[in-house]
Ligand binder design. Sequence first.
Ligand SMILES: CC(C)(COP(=O)(O)OP(=O)(O)OC[C@H]1O[C@@H](n2cnc3c(N)ncnc32)[C@H](O)[C@@H]1OP(=O)(O)O)[C@@H](O)C(=O)NCCC(=O)NCCS
Length: 382
Amino acid sequence: MAEEIEIKEGLQGVYIAKSEICKVDGQEGKLYYRGYKIEDLANYSSYEEVCYLLLYGKLPNSKELADFNKKMKEERVIPENTKDIIRKFSKDSQTLDVLRTAMSSLSADDSKPYSEDENENIEKAIKIITKTATIAAAIGRIKEGKEILEPDNSLNHSANFLYMLTGEKPDKDSEKLMDVMFILHAEHSSNASTFATLVACSTLADIYAGVTAGVAALKGPLHGGADEAAVKMMMEIGNPDNTENYIEEALAGKKKIMGFGHRVYKTYDPRARILKSYLDKIKGNSNEEINALIEISLRAEKMMIEKLGKSHGIWPNVDFFSGPLYMHLNIKPELFDTVFASSRTVGWCSHVIEYWRNNKLFRPLEEFIGKIDLEYLPIDKR
Ligand SMILES: CC(C)(COP(=O)(O)OP(=O)(O)OC[C@H]1O[C@@H](n2cnc3c(N)ncnc32)[C@H](O)[C@@H]1OP(=O)(O)O)[C@@H](O)C(=O)NCCC(=O)NCCS
């Protein structure tokens, strides 16, 4: 009798590696980067410091952070070739498609894209993290028919990103909010895009090839596209008073509400909780459109928790509240996934560097259920 094969659909419940980078506690709703609570990092840290932590495995001292900040600033400028690639896409192109191509082009600017040396790979990671933010801002500018802006090295990573995107230096509150968005999206263990990055790099393809695969995997609405889909739903709801009817009808029609549910979290996503605290601060203080979106998001969250929270384990995830917050920062929905990808480059690179210490080519199996030994007929006899 044939052996019974158990197929783990979507690799659910399958461990692929040991890692010290990120712990997601889906039952308790806790998230740690290198052992540090996400709440502490969001409150007290900067994106640069979190990048250092993820890449080197420890928090930097003042000198180490100053040196790291300097290195990050030095890498901000993108090659002319990459700018040309961004300009050549049509304004209607999807921003993540442009990023995927521009990201891939970065390897051409590196005379030795593949290295076995961990320090050299950290240098490549710093290049990728910083240049991707410049690319994301450039894509946003070109999409609006504006010229690409050069980085302003008097600003930190987040403020400089907003400056390169909008042409205006942000105030302290916006800078902090952008930093928190970058931090919360920096890493999330072996999700689909990180896994895609690891699969590519397990062949010993270079780190640029890996992050390009990561960008590709991030595109769909089940992953990086969820925040845009969620805010578009809020826009469709339009008037806050329509929220409850809309959700009721969507659920009755078996529609998924984007920004809810998670493969690992079966309780409130701690990142969503942090974002909700920012929404509470901004509520009523943004423009009319965003104030309405915030009200819709809070009413939808209340209703979804009542209907599906405890009973089905479907709670808000990081993508539900991101949309109104990005929009408050003048980031348009079509750029959300690209900004997310830019934040996540550090997570992808950290995982590749760790995985290469004990690399094993990914090569899972399929249970073949097709036919074999069929008679091959010439084309005129079929
Ligand atoms: C993220 C996601 C793919 C993880 O789900 P999963 O572990 O694969 O679980 P499934 O998609 O199989 O869903 C399990 C059940 O919950 C329901 N469900 C899951 N997410 C839901 C949502 N957002 N809204 C309504 N129902 C949902 C499914 O319809 C399914 O119901 P059924 O058992 O009656 O068929 C899923 O929750 C989802 O599609 N969410 C929306 C997209 C999103 O926000 N993605 C970003 C994640 S950070």
